[in-house]
Ligand binder design. Structure first.
Ligand SMILES: [Zn+2]
Ligand SMILES: [Zn+2]
Length: 364
């Protein structure tokens, strides 16, 4: 009986030691990891994956793992933790003006006195920037897609604000977390209208930057549209994009589909607001091709370059409105694209202003 109690007491002491060891390790990690700490991951095929959040994952591992039975196991555990901490890098999305909110409210007429782009990493390596309302009532959205070899910025905004600096800061944070890549930046446009190209001069002639001019010929040459082709692929390095020519709103309009995330960027051709149509035949063809494309290629969400719609269905803010506190969400669905196509095809080339639930077809 006495021996049995002694064995149980010894086991309790051992368990207590392990618990103390774990608590010490967790406390040490928490102290070191007062700020977010991420370790880059590389897949077996050499592709960069999303970084692992050490703080979140390793604490869980420490709490749940079975007690290390031997001194060598404990030593291995401590050494692996040291190696992990040595490899820590700052998280790419926890810097500067990165914005974690859910609303895209653009700040109204004064921007609270501090005009700045709202910036969010919407999906891995896909950043959305929104221009503040006080700098231009159009308050367009800009998109930055990052691959292993190069990044693609779609649009440079409506002017009246520094756009190069926030792009530089996002890319610098990304490069710090990804071994200095990507090294090159392509600046192109969803289409050539003034509210999407006004910041071009901030990028023109900069080292490491290729600026694709706003006209249709420059766009087709850069992306490699051959002859009358209306669709090409463009590889950012481990991130393949489908680029579709979609004239109708403007001759140089393109849609960009990101295969990595299933996001389709549609520019001013399709967004929650007034969809201005200049060339009705070209527009009808473009929308029909987008419907066919998204039937074959997984498309999770469609994102345009403005919000003019209020959350109340069939209601838009008047042209020139700066303050839109009750604006609609940015995301559109493939079902809504199909409803646009149905409305357009029903017009049989004779476009009339037609209000649908979340957008209005607006021939000009
Ligand atoms: Zn436009
Ligand atoms: Zn626009």
């Amino acid at each position: 009986m006495t021996e049995y109690r002694g064995a149980r007491g010894t086991a309790r002491v051992a368990t207590l030691r392990v618990a103390v060891l774990r608590c010490t390790l967790i406390a040490a990690m928490s102290r070191v990891l007062a700020r977010p700490c991420f370790i880059p991951q590389v897949s077996s095929r050499g592709r960069l994956l999303q970084p692992v959040d050490v703080h979140r994952h390793w604490t869980h591992v420490l709490i749940r793992m079975p007690a290390p039975r031997s001194a060598s196991t404990r030593l291995t555990l401590v050494l692996s933790l040291c190696l992990a901490l040595a490899g820590c890098r700052k998280a790419p999305v926890r810097v500067g003006a990165i914005d974690g909110g859910s609303s895209w409210y653009a700040g109204g007429a004064t921007c609270g006195g501090r005009p700045a782009f709202r910036i969010r990493e919407y999906r891995a390596g896909l950043f959305i920037l929104r221009q503040p309302a006080c700098t231009n009532y159009e308050k367009p959205f800009l998109y930055l897609l990052i691959g292993e070899a190069r990044a693609l910025l779609l649009d440079t905004g409506a002017g009246g604000i520094d756009v190069a600096a926030p792009i530089d800061s996002v890319l610098a944070a990304w490069r710090a977390a990804h071994g200095g890549t990507p090294r090159a930046l392509i600046v192109a446009h969803s289409h050539g209208h003034g509210d999407h190209v006004a910041g071009d001069s901030q990028f023109r002639g900069r080292p490491g930057v290729t600026l694709v001019e706003r006209d249709s010929a420059s766009v087709r040459t850069f992306f490699g549209f051959a002859g009358s082709a209306d669709r090409v692929t463009y590889d950012l390095g481990g991130r393949v994009l489908d680029v579709l020519a979609i004239p109708g709103h403007e001759p140089a309009g393109i849609a960009v589909h990101d295969r990595a995330t299933g996001v389709l960027l549609t520019g001013d051709t399709f967004y929650p607001g007034r969809i201005y149509v200049r060339d009705t035949a070209a527009y009808a063809s473009s929308i029909a091709r987008l419907v066919a494309f998204t039937a074959a290629r997984p498309t999770i969400v469609l994102l345009g370059t403005h919000i003019e719609q209020a959350r109340t269905p069939y209601t838009d803010y008047a042209v020139g409105t700066q303050d839109q506190p009750d604006e609609d969400r940015l995301e559109l669905s493939r079902a809504e694209l199909v409803s646009l196509d149905s409305a357009v095809q029903a017009m049989r080339g004779r476009f009339t202003r037609t209000r649908l639930r979340r957008f209005t077809i607006w021939p000009q």
